[in-house]
Design a protein around this ligand. Structure first.
Ligand code: NAG
Ligand code: NAG
Ligand code: NAG
Ligand code: NAG
Ligand code: NAG
Length: 631
């Protein structure tokens, strides 16, 4: 059902909102964003423009001379990008790439990323976006599951590609060097494959390819492959539908209130969803400009944002903490930024971030790359700070309530079932796994899962949740929702651990520790300890420069702010946190180091004793292992 916004507001204005106009605006905004995605998609279906290449093409035809992209001071108009990608597309056609073939690309944040992306798209082929940090088996695995006839790589990744080039060629895959250095004719030929330099590509036409190649796409059809991080195994290729990436843009343009006059700053890797779905496709939907940086740099950030007059920037994970941890920068309040948009801003930082850098809005969203549905919080003050989403009465009443938070058995991490065999919804403020209801096959809200991996796909879908035959997407995340419809992230399932019969949510404990002044970064996880059940809490710490930790005071702080079972039993200091490609802290390597495989140069490890922390010795380890000392 789609109502006019006025009618909707009137319908629920009854009581709740009279005292809370901001919440009403937020609720209406979400309603309008979903409505915009639905009506825009309907229009695309009617016009046979579901292929996501149209999101770029329509601008290139309507406003060819408008600048879309800015990179290191150079501007690129829609027309320039279109012509360059036309040549590449004609080259791909000559290589016999057919519609629906997958073409792997390993490209850095650089205009050549988009030229490759749209060059592949405009002939109806499917780009597979390879994480630029991969080499060896994980890289070969990503190429193999895509069954790609052709692989474009930026020569800067030549050493990584060399580790798999023989194996890839044996499988019949053709390798071509295309990237920053091949924009010049002096590019030295790569030993791994021909370089697509300007003089090489000048043999191909810059005219449009046949539009029939991108016609006839239906809702739900495969648009591209993106890979999961693979932090606990090999990466999986997530199926991304044409309609999904477009809908993210159409919903996001309302959620960010972005207009054609905005200038977006994106320093996140373009092969990830936040950069490509959100930063790029919201900017396209608004007809605005996109500034890209090679990568996130806390030291260059304010100069970049200031020099380019950026108004909105996109963040993930630890980006905002790194900005806050730096000394004041002369431009940090002189910029034109009004909004930041992203996911995973640590809750304890929101108000500090908004106040210190003078931003008006924090637009936080929660949703998985491959998942269906998500939540969103357009935050402008302390009231809703830290919430990853908000679903007020309008959304809950007039859009089908698709999200459920479901009780989980803490030991098995499987949903609990009642006597009738159905799942049990959590109460307000009670953490549980977030699940998203799926439409029957052919519907809009779908989970297509992982490319050629039914087993992994099936694991993410659960059936007979609240009634026979229903289907839900399992997010794998613990969230809680309060009575106002605000959603809070609690932890990733699998990160949460059990200790003395209690559940410890690592994200929540990290947030508490990160507020202790000398601490710059805190990463909490559970480690196996000999002769003990469950996992014992450990925190890896990085302190601010020239700060030391007063262990007595630190312990006092922890006992004031955490339940006893959640106070880390072990403390270690690390030179840096490993980040995933999406700038989230890695726990797996630390977790596997446990209490007995700490690198020599990071010793001593500390442990709790007598309401403080003291060095943990080999003797202590022996007493724990033999069960003489109980934790
Ligand atoms: C090729 O030419 C460009 C532009 O003139 C220059 O920036 C680049 O360093 C040159 N590269 C090589 C490998 O000579
Ligand atoms: C940024 O805006 C100022 C005026 O507010 C203008 O003078 C300057 O040229 C702009 N810079 C860019 C890179 O657009
Ligand atoms: C830390 O201390 C060193 C030497 O004591 C000093 O050179 C440096 O400037 C200090 N750094 C900060 C960030 O205060
Ligand atoms: C990516 O690779 C570089 C060097 O190859 C390494 O220093 C960095 O830690 C890697 N980053 C991630 C997220 O794996
Ligand atoms: C524990 O700490 C207190 C003071 O912090 C000290 O007086 C006491 O002796 C300590 N006990 C042991 C067993 O070390």
């Amino acid at each position: 059902m789609i109502l006019g916004a006025g009618a909707v507001a009137a319908a629920v204005l009854g009581g709740y909102y009279l005292e809370d106009k901001l919440a009403l605006r937020s609720d209406l905004m979400q309603y309008r964003s979903v409505k915009n995605a639905m009506t825009s998609l309907q229009k695309a279906v009617q016009e046979d423009k579901v292929n996501m290449y149209y999101r770029f093409r329509d601008h290139a035809k309507a406003t060819p001379d408008r600048v879309f992209l800015i990179f290191e001071g150079r501007s690129y108009t829609f027309r320039q990008l279109e012509l360059a990608s036309n040549r590449l597309a004609h080259f791909l056609l000559e290589q016999n790439v057919k519609p629906k073939d997958v073409v792997c690309m390993m490209e850095q944040n650089h205009p050549t990323f988009f030229i490759a992306f749209w060059g592949i798209m405009k002939i109806g082929a499917v780009p597979a976006l390879i994480n630029t940090n991969l080499s060896e088996d994980p890289l070969f695995h990503c190429l193999s599951i895509a069954e790609s006839p052709l692989f474009l790589f930026d020569p800067m990744y030549e050493a990584q590609v060399a580790t798999i080039s023989d194996a890839a060629q044996e499988k019949g895959m053709k390798l071509f060097a295309y990237g920053e250095s091949t924009e010049f004719d002096n590019a030295t030929a790569s030993a791994l494959g021909p370089a697509l330099t300007p003089s090489f590509l000048s043999r191909y036409s810059d005219q449009d390819t046949d539009e029939s190649l991108i016609r006839g796409i239906v809702v739900g059809e495969l648009g591209m492959l993106m890979y999961t991080s693979g932090s606990t195994g090999l990466p999986k290729a997530a199926i991304v539908q044409h309609s999904k990436i477009a809908s993210a843009g159409w919903a996001g343009v309302i959620n960010t209130a972005m207009t054609k006059d905005d200038i977006t700053y994106c320093c996140l890797p373009l092969y990830h969803a936040t950069a490509l779905f959100m930063a790029t496709h919201i900017t396209l939907a608004a007809g605005a400009k996109l500034v890209i940086a090679r990568k996130f740099s806390a030291s260059r950030f304010w100069d970049d944002v200031y020099n380019n007059n950026c108004t909105i920037f996109f963040y993930v994970g630890e980006v905002c903490r790194y900005l806050l941890n730096r000394d004041p920068h002369p431009l940090e309040r002189k910029h034109k930024l009004h909004t930041c948009y992203g996911n995973g801003m640590p809750p304890e930082l929101w108000n500090k971030f908004r106040d210190r850098f003078g931003l008006k809005f924090i637009a936080e969203f929660y949703g998985a790359t491959e998942g269906a549905g998500g939540v969103f919080n357009y935050n402008r003050g302390p009231k809703t700070a830290g919430a990853v989403g908000h679903q007020g009465p309008i959304v809950r009443r007039f859009l089908r309530p698709e999200l459920k938070i479901v009780k989980i058995d803490p030991l098995t991490e499987e949903p609990l079932r009642n006597k009738k065999g159905f799942c049990i919804e959590c109460n307000y403020n009670e953490p549980g796994e977030l699940m998203v209801e799926l439409d029957p096959p052919g519907g809009r809200r779908r989970f297509d899962g992982y490319y050629k991996n039914n087993q992994a796909t099936d694991k993410k879908v659960i059936t007979d949740v609240f009634k026979k035959g229903d289907r839900y997407f399992r997010s794998g995340d613990l969230l809680k929702m309060n009575s106002k419809g605000l959603f809070y992230f609690v932890d990733r399932l699998g990160d949460t651990f059990r200790w003395h019969g209690e559940n410890v949510a690592t994200t929540e404990v990290s947030q508490v520790i990160a507020k202790y002044p000398p601490v710059a970064e805190a990463n909490v996880y559970g480690v196996k300890v000999p002769s003990h059940d469950g996992r014992a809490g450990m925190v890896a710490l990085i302190l601010h420069p020239n700060k030391t930790l007063d262990f007595d005071d630190f312990y006092k702080y922890l006992s004031k702010n955490l339940p006893r079972y959640a106070i880390p039993l072990f403390v270690r200091f690390v030179p840096s946190m490993d980040l995933t490609g999406s700038l989230k802290v890695q726990k797996v390597a630390f977790r596997n180091q446990g209490i007995d495989k700490i690198p020599e140069d990071e010793k001593p490890l500390y442990w709790v004793k007598n309401r403080t922390y003291v060095p943990f010795t080999d003797d202590d380890y022996a007493r724990i292992s033999t069960g003489k000392h109980k934790l």
